[in-house]
Design a protein around this ligand. Sequence first.
Ligand code: NAP
Ligand code: GCO
Length: 265
Amino acid sequence: MNMDSFSLKGKVALVTGASYGIGFAIASGMAAAGAKIVFNDVKQEFVDKGLANYAAAGIDAKGYVCDVTKEDQVVPMIKQIEEEVGVVDILVNNAGIIQRVPMLDVAVEDFTKVITIDLIGPFVMAKAVIPSMIKKGHGKIINICSMMSELGRETVSSYAAAKGGLKMLTKNICAEYGAYNIQCNGIGPGYIETPQTAPLRERQADGSRHPFDSFICGRTPAGRWLKPDELAGPAVFLASDASNAVNGHILYVDGGILAYIGKQP
Ligand code: NAP
Ligand code: GCO
């Protein structure tokens, strides 16, 4: 096997919502593998912060202001990227939000907001990049799923519904566009130390660990939260020619959570 098949040299990788967090870590890994990085965020201030973060990491990234849920922003952004950088070879649908509220207390508009960003957004983004991928003769789409693509838990009904749907959207893009040499796979991260999970890890008023922090460490065989950088290698693999025969697969990068009943108290 030629190890060059893991290289992303000459490829344009678009990572949504990648000013920081998991998206930034995945984009940084793809840059290290040779990809040209483009990313978006909903506000210029976050794009600017992201550009500073990439520059500090020695990465010459290009940032665009775009809300992934708005097709009238996404289509012009993709056109602009194609003119300024090149056709998008790799799309990582990373942008997402979560709300932690008991379902009976969830307002319909809030449930809809999570579904719109976490599921409709990836649909809008994929719909915008696939035509040029077909013309180019190849493409890679990586949807950032979740433990909640497989499991439910209290207070995250909208998020679980969105991430479960994203798993099936991943399989459907595989089914519909695999014939055009487009591979669409998912990454299902476990529990990762990012701003999104910070509330689940913060120390209690008495200085004790957050109960959820202890719970997750008991559910993860390694007994720890994972780092964003630990997602970069799996993402590079799914973005590279090394995974051209992998399609419609959700790669769980969870430290073994889904395989483990949990540590006996
Ligand atoms: P995060 O720290 O909250 O970052 C999410 C990013 O998405 C932010 O940059 C945010 O921009 C952006 N975003 C939100 N709505 C957007 C929109 N409409 N258009 C464009 N960008 C938008 O989250 P994270 O922990 O890095 O998670 C990234 C992805 O991984 C999410 O899809 C999440 O569901 C998934 N995930 C996370 C974990 C975990 O444990 N952290 C585990 C499994 C899956 P702003 O800064 O402007 O809000
Ligand atoms: C939560 C967490 C999780 C993680 C991730 C797990 O409240 O349970 O935020 O949902 O974000 O999705 O894979």
